[in-house]
Design a protein around this ligand. Structure first.
Ligand code: UT7
Length: 344
């Protein structure tokens, strides 16, 4: 009987996965709207009013790739959280611009960051990649099998952009961030999620060639089929609907009102999309995290970049919604309670 009485207390303290550190990285090289005016028929006024972007970062340098940005983030994260590389058990990398088609970039990042005891793999969910990665990592923590998991979300979009196509090259940039996930029983951490996908959306946002459907040939290169293709207006409409509906559904499911939520962190694809989602969900813009003007759309990198920049403002227990929409189509929203206060 004694055992039975003790058991419920133990069961009540559920293990959740909390973010215990975040580190962003953007390359030094800045490409302004004025720089793009010299490359394509566009102008600063159009870009700012239609997207909200002023500048973006581009990774430059012989032999540098996505894993080099990832390794910088991870090394910074380990230092910041006083974690030894050998303590990391799993590293998940969300990206659509891995160093190579195979092997995955997660393991290259581990190699470059000196992580030797972990297994790792990539997640390809485009702009929703960080959400998918965060939930996957959280499950390893919640199950009790893993105690230190890193989720990296980043992209080197400059490697798949056609800098003569004004409809795509003005939007995207390079960069991202990494978070450390650890178990907690203090009630903070990842609380709930609604994640979705619909493969019928693939026609509107993709890279045509380079995969098994259209392996690379001289013709695919000549036809510029190794670049981002997007039907912007169609994606725009789906993005607003997908993010707004999952934000609203998740809030309803968790009996949350706008007043309860401290921060809404949307994928940074277009300021007009962000404002439309905020308006559809009745969020005042003061609660909405926006840094698109500085970095553009870094695909899987936008959400961790926002977390990194806003980290000093977050307080332990803050209720945060992360939402994204991207190629696939993939989309969804995660609800988490921030796990720590930042001391300067
Ligand atoms: O992150 C993954 C998900 N992606 C997204 O969420 C992106 C969603 N889409 C968008 O953000 C927007 O659709 C874009 C920023 C891509 C485009 O903005 P838009 O307001 O939807 O423009 P549009 O495609 O309707 O084009 C309007 C006009 C067109 O000219 P006409 O046909 O009206 O004469 C375009 O040719 O703007 C023209 N245009 C440009 N003009 C100057 C398109 N790109 C440019 C440009 N500079 N860079």
């Amino acid at each position: 009987m004694l055992l039975l009485r003790e058991q419920p207390l133990h069961i009540m303290s559920k293990i959740l996965a909390k973010i215990t550190g975040v580190q962003g990285y953007v390359p030094e090289h800045v490409v302004t709207n004025q720089d793009l005016e010299k490359m394509v028929d566009t102008n600063d006024e159009w870009i700012q009013s239609r997207t909200g972007i002023k500048e973006r970062r581009i990774l430059k340098g012989e032999g540098l790739a996505t894993s080099d940005m990832g390794a910088e983030m991870v090394k910074g994260l380990l230092k910041k959280t006083n974690t030894r590389p050998e303590e990391i058990e799993l590293l998940i990398c969300a990206t659509i611009t891995g160093d190579m088609v195979f092997p995955d970039t997660a393991n290259t990042i581990c190699d470059k960051a000196g992580i030797r005891n972990a297994f790792g793999y990539d997640i390809n969910a485009a702009c929703s990649g960080f959400l998918y990665g965060l939930i996957t990592g959280a499950k390893f923590i919640e199950s009790g099998t893993h105690k230190k998991v890193i989720i990296v979300g980043l992209d080197m979009m400059s490697s798949i952009l056609d800098y003569s196509d004004r409809t795509t090259c003005i939007i995207f940039g390079d960069g991202g961030g990494a978070v450390l996930l650890e178990p907690t029983e203090d009630g903070t951490g990842v609380q709930d999620q609604i994640l979705k996908s619909d493969g019928s959306g693939r026609d509107f946002l993709h890279m045509k060639a380079g995969g098994s459907l259209h392996p690379p040939t001289a013709e695919t290169v000549a036809n510029k089929e190794h670049y981002v293709f997007q039907e912007g207006r169609t994606v725009f409409k789906h993005a607003v609907k997908g993010m707004a509906s999952t934000v609203q559904d998740l809030m309803k499911k968790n009996k949350l009102t706008v007043d309860d939520i401290d921060w809404l962190i949307p994928h940074q694809a277009n300021i007009r999309i962000i404002k439309s989602v905020a308006s559809a969900c009745d969020f005042p813009m003061e609660k909405v995290v926006v840094n698109i003007e500085k970095y553009g759309n870094t695909t899987a990198g936008t959400l961790p970049l926002c977390l990194w920049e806003w980290e000093p403002k977050f307080k332990k227990g803050d209720k945060i919604l992360l939402t994204a929409f991207g190629g696939g189509f993939t989309w969804g929203t995660i609800y988490l309670k921030w796990g720590y206060d930042t001391t300067a």
